[in-house]
Design a protein around this ligand. Structure first.
Ligand code: ZN
Length: 407
């Protein structure tokens, strides 16, 4: 199982920034090269490759019974600016490695097995994550997707022109009978497995993210001339909102509620000028939809109250509000059996980061296989899983796919 390590190294070199960081934004030149590289490796071992109109790429090892719903695995190869080389990529190249492992074993699947490379799991280009899987499960319509603009003001239709993808955007949505099961292999992006010295995490639930965009307008003025009781400082309102975000998550009845103000900008950003505008982006998640939605409502109310008290105009826009995914017991059991067969240690856990599997769970039974990553670091050049950890994950995935595809 040596190939995957070299392939991940090679993939990491297809980047818009110098190594060891990786930048590979969807629909960029690097994305195009990386896609080509992966497809080449799949056709080398006889997989049938097709892409849908948004670039989701399906690499199929045909089973004896082609008409049965297939077993899917896969993840993403896009990488946020200056991130690491394992997020998503171990799931795509690990899917391919798992198929090669099963082929070498002489296994012949009853159901077809597919490695699915999703388009744009990361939100870098359009501000919304999981573009490909949202469209696959029908949660995002072509009309909505076509309205997105990227950081250069370009839309999806224009960006897709350079690619030779098949079909139309209307055809991207997948039927509920396309996959019999979907298993995504991914680095944990958290510290638990490493800390507990475990080989494999078996995901039972994926937390549901929601995010808000908040724009505030107050009144600017000279930092010396305007007395404190006359102020409508948008920066102070933003700071208070940011603290409310933290408090609401801490006071939640669920330990799984987490909330973050990831963006907080003020204008005009001058030391002697009262901030007249502020802009925040807030991320709030939980595995329990009711608790998450309650926290979201509490937050909106709090924003309103803060702005009223401070005489600030506010616009609150919901960027996304997704449902958590509950993973299928049958699949969790299959992964657990695979780890036992391999003599590996494992634990059932929640995925707090969000993945394409969150959306795949809407169209088919889904679970995820996690492997440890050093210090839980991800989205950073220091992201690292050892070759041994990756191989344990690939083997677990391979045996899981074997069980699921055998009948
Ligand atoms: Zn990822």
């Amino acid at each position: 199982m040596q190939k995957i390590h070299k392939e991940l190294e090679k993939l990491a070199s297809i980047s818009a920034c110098p190594t060891p960081s990786v930048t590979r934004i969807v629909f960029s030149e690097q994305d195009a090269k990386a896609r080509e590289y992966f497809i080449g490796l799949c056709t080398d071992i006889g997989l049938k490759v097709r892409t849908d109109a948004v670039g989701n790429t399906f690499c199929r090892w045909e089973g004896k019974n082609k008409d049965l719903p297939a077993i899917g695995t896969g993840s993403h190869i896009d990488a946020i600016p200056e991130s690491g080389m394992y997020d998503g990529t171990v799931g795509v190249f690990g899917g391919l490695e798992a198929i090669r492992y099963l082929m070498e074993m002489g296994y012949e699947p009853e159901r077809s097995i597919e490695v699915l490379m999703f388009t744009s799991e990361e939100p870098t280009r359009f501000g919304i994550g999981c573009l490909g899987s949202r469209m696959l499960c029908g949660q995002l319509s072509p009309e909505e997707a076509l309205k997105f603009k990227d950081f250069d003001g370009r839309g999806l239709a224009e960006l897709l022109e350079r690619f030779d993808f098949d079909g139309t955007l209307d055809e991207v949505k997948m039927g509920n009978d396309y996959y019999d099961a979907f298993v995504e292999f991914h680095i944990e992006q958290g510290p638990i497995l490493e800390k507990e010295g475990l080989d494999i995490g078996i995901v039972t639930k994926i937390a549901a993210p929601s995010s808000l965009r908040v724009s505030l307008i107050g009144q600017g003025g000279h930092a010396g001339a305007v007395l404190m009781d006359k102020r409508r400082d948008a920066g102070c309102a933003a700071a208070e909102i940011s603290l409310a975000v933290e408090r609401i998550a801490k006071e939640s009845t669920s330990p799984d509620t987490v909330a973050t103000t990831g963006i907080l900008d003020i204008k005009p950003r001058a030391v002697n000028s009262i901030p007249k505008e502020a802009y925040l982006e807030i991320d709030l998640r939980d595995t329990d939809l009711e608790v998450r939605d309650k926290a979201l409502e509490d937050l909106k109310q709090e924003i309103e109250e803060i702005c009223k008290r401070r005489n600030i105009e506010s616009t609150v826009e919901l960027i996304n509000k997704d449902s958590p995914a509950i993973c299928e017991t049958k699949l969790i059991d299959a992964v657990e059996a695979a780890t036992k067969e391999l003599g590996l240690t494992s634990k059932k856990m929640i995925s707090r980061a969000y993945h394409d599997s969150l959306f795949m769970a809407q169209v088919c039974p889904t679970t995820m296989i996690f492997i440890p990553c050093r210090d839980g670091i991800s989205h950073h050049a220091d992201e690292y899983s050892t070759p041994e950890q990756i191989e344990k994950g690939v083997k677990t995935l391979a045996l899981t796919l074997k069980t699921l595809s055998s009948k």
